[in-house]
Design a protein around this ligand. Structure first.
Ligand code: ADP
Ligand code: MG
Length: 664
């Protein structure tokens, strides 16, 4: 067996499984062993039912005392039974696993591992895993890796496959020299692989996660270095004309508001770049609500008025649709032909847009990443803007360049990161910072509340709606499964609808809905036909409804501070006073302290810095950040020391991205 062999070389993996693996991005053995667990489970000693409290993930050793029943629910098949530890009984339920009725039997004694919830006065364990007691005792001593799964692939299957590759892991070479490893206390790559897949202790795991972060940062920073070197040479003929800039002044003067100093400054820098004869690579960094869209729209208009085409890429279809509607309206007086291009469109619709882009009939295309896919040919692309989007990689830039004469690129980001980190991560970009929010905005009033305050919170929402305002409620996450989360959003919104009464219209939004349905709901919400929008974190990025004044976030303790700040940024976008309620369900001392930061401050940069300080070392692969700093394993806050180490090392390495020596 060899790193470059196909996974079918692994014992137990046939063609069919290999196909499923491919959907996870795993083709070769090299990919398989670099497929790291997303989390680890620390199995705990079984406890009596009596000692469990709601929300806990625990193990209980119980006998099944009732026949297994399968009930057809409204949306799911529910398998249920009752178990007892001799003193107390508890219900257990599974969604959509009717086959369990054949593998579990009344009278059996098993360990049930899962989360305990209460329903009325009864305790219920949802979706438990079951083990024989001997099997469980063996697992108690080890941390069990949990991999991200896909249909057709179970955790066990991945475990077994990786187990087969264990010997091979010992032989993986390390591109980082021993001197460097010693200096930064890095384990070898081979040690890292073994520790990540077969951890022996938390401490070992932490060091392995550090090495994984180091490798990911180093790869990234070398790319950044390559792109920076390339920028220096990248000339272009695309220039914004003086005439276009004069017309643009008229456009800005016609806006219903005055630009902030930061917005004006960003535009000045953008125009200077786009008249310089060099391809622009600029990042506009501004907190949520600072008004980045209008900056993007102005830059695009100036390019279009100079005779070129523009493209605006959004991270989601929903956001693309919103931009499409806003910009079409804004640019109408200038007779700009705007087209929408998204994955949800039919092949025929897309073909029409492609044709218009090739002929030049379309001036501005707005959509998701699909825009720069191979099929798209532009007549004369002048500027590409990405909103809240991953930055361009080397390959994407090459692709863009191949579509014309080195178009200018502009990236809009709301990820607030401390300056010390920005210097490293954005080394290939020029940066404009929009420091202030538009005038007249009132500070969002924040409060961290606990569950006893929920009725009062609902009452507050009722009053705000009476004053013709609107509210968002971000629903708790229940399970790691999107389907069950969706279910939960629906249930929550039905309950909330009852709670608030008929006069108030409640609707829901979740990730499993069709894009067209999401867009329809958001449109109704923008137009005021929906009063309260219950959703998963779908609303996180970029949605703009200035009339919404309340944001209530359930289970706030489960999110990273930066993400909570993004969520909160959906309100406080208009003239009225806005409010954000963080529901702290868990109430641990640490979560109280973290959420307090949000209560105190509305400043994204301050929050990012506090986040850096307060992150405990307990999170191996960190809480995911949104936007362009979405590393797979590393986290710029938790692993800030590794970022610094990788930065120093990257200076001593060549920026040759072709032969990047840091992939496994
Ligand atoms: P973000 O920076 O989060 O993308 P948006 O561009 O969506 O923010 O702007 C938020 C809201 O602020 C929009 O409703 C927009 O019309 C408004 N806005 C933008 N610039 C100004 C300004 N200078 N003065 C007042 N309102 C503004
Ligand atoms: Mg935005």
């Amino acid at each position: 067996m060899n790193l470059d062999d196909n996974v079918t070389a692994v014992k137990g993996i046939g063609d069919k499984t290999a196909e499923s693996f491919q959907k996870l991005g795993i083709e070769k053995i090299r990919d398989l062993i670099s497929y790291f667990p997303r989390d680890y489970k620390n199995y705990s000693e079984p406890v009596p039912i009596r000692e469990t409290s709601p929300g806990d993930r625990v193990a209980v050793f119980c006998q099944i005392v009732k026949n297994i029943a399968v009930i057809k629910g409204r949306r799911y098949q529910i398998t249920t039974t009752v178990v007892s530890d001799g003193n107390d009984a508890m219900e257990v339920v599974w969604f959509n696993q009717p086959y369990l009725r054949y593998s579990l039997h009344k009278g059996e004694k098993l360990v049930f591992y899962g989360r305990v919830e209460t329903r009325g006065s009864k305790k219920v364990m949802q979706m438990p895993e079951t083990y024989g007691i001997l099997q469980y005792q063996k697992m108690l001593k080890t941390m069990q890796p949990i991999y991200s799964l896909r249909k057709g692939i179970s955790n066990n299957l991945i475990r077994k496959a990786i187990m087969e590759c264990r010997d091979l892991m010992h032989m993986v070479p390390d591109p980082i020299s021993e001197d460097v490893r010693d200096k930064y206390h890095l384990m070898t790559r081979s040690e890292m692989l073994l520790a990540l897949h077969f951890p022996k202790s938390e401490d070992e795991l932490r060091r392995a996660a550090g090495r994984a972060a180091f490798d990911e940062f180093l790869r990234f920073l070398l790319q950044v270095k390559a792109m920076r070197d390339e920028n220096v040479q990248m000339g272009t003929d695309i220039k914004v004309t003086d005439e276009a800039i004069t017309k643009l002044r008229g456009f800005v003067a016609g806006l219903p508001f005055k630009l902030t100093a930061g917005q004006g400054n960003a535009l000045k820098e953008i125009f200077r770049d786009m008249q310089s004869g060099h391809a622009m690579n600029r990042l506009v960094q501004g907190d949520v609500g600072s008004g980045k869209t209008i900056v993007a729209a102005s830059a695009l208009l100036s390019v279009i008025l100079s005779g070129y085409q523009g493209a605006l890429m959004a991270p989601t279809e929903v956001l693309a649709e919103q931009h499409y509607q806003d910009l079409s309206k804004m640019l109408k007086p200038y007779k700009v032909k705007v087209c929408l291009l998204t994955g949800a469109m039919t092949a025929k619709e897309k073909r029409l847009v492609y044709a218009d882009l090739a002929s030049g009939a379309c001036d501005l295309v707005i959509g998701t990443h699909a825009i720069i896919q191979d099929k798209t040919v532009f007549k004369n692309l002048g500027l590409v803007v990405t909103d809240e989007q991953h930055r361009f990689g080397v390959r994407q830039r090459e692709k863009l360049a191949s579509k014309g004469n080195h178009p200018h690129t502009l990236i809009m980001s709301a990820t607030p990161i401390p300056r010390t980190l920005a210097i490293m991560l954005y080394a290939d970009l020029d940066i404009s910072v929009i420091k202030e929010l538009p005038k007249g905005r009132k500070k969002i009033l924040n409060s961290v509340i606990d569950v006893s305050f929920r009725p009062a919170a609902y009452q507050f929402i009722r009053e705000q709606v009476k004053q013709k305002h609107q509210a968002y409620v971000v629903c708790p996450m229940v399970e790691e499964s999107e389907a069950i989360d969706a279910e939960n959003v629906i249930d929550y919104s039905e309950n909330l609808q009852q709670e608030l009464g008929r006069d108030i219209k409640v609707e829901y939004l979740h990730g499993k809905m069709k894009d067209a349905d999401k867009v329809a709901i958001l449109n109704q919400f923008s137009q005021g036909q929906i009063d309260v929008l219950v959703s998963t974190t779908v609303v996180e990025v970029g949605i703009n409804n200035p009339n919404a004044t309340v944001m209530m976030i359930e289970n706030a303790e489960r999110y990273g501070l930066a993400q909570l700040h993004q969520l909160r940024g959906r309100v406080g976008r208009g003239q009225a006073q806005s409010y954000c309620m963080f529901m702290n369900v868990k109430k641990s001392k640490q979560s109280v302290e973290r959420l307090k930061v949000l209560e105190e401050s509305n400043d994204g940069f301050f929050i990012a810095e506090q986040d850096l300080k307060l992150r405990g070392p307990g999170e191996f692969f960190g809480v995911r950040q949104s936007g362009d700093l979405n590393f797979k394993y590393a986290d710029i806050y938790t692993n800030a020391d590794m970022l610094k180490a990788a930065q120093e090392v990257s200076l001593t390495m060549s920026a040759d991205t072709e032969g990047l020596t840091v992939t496994i």
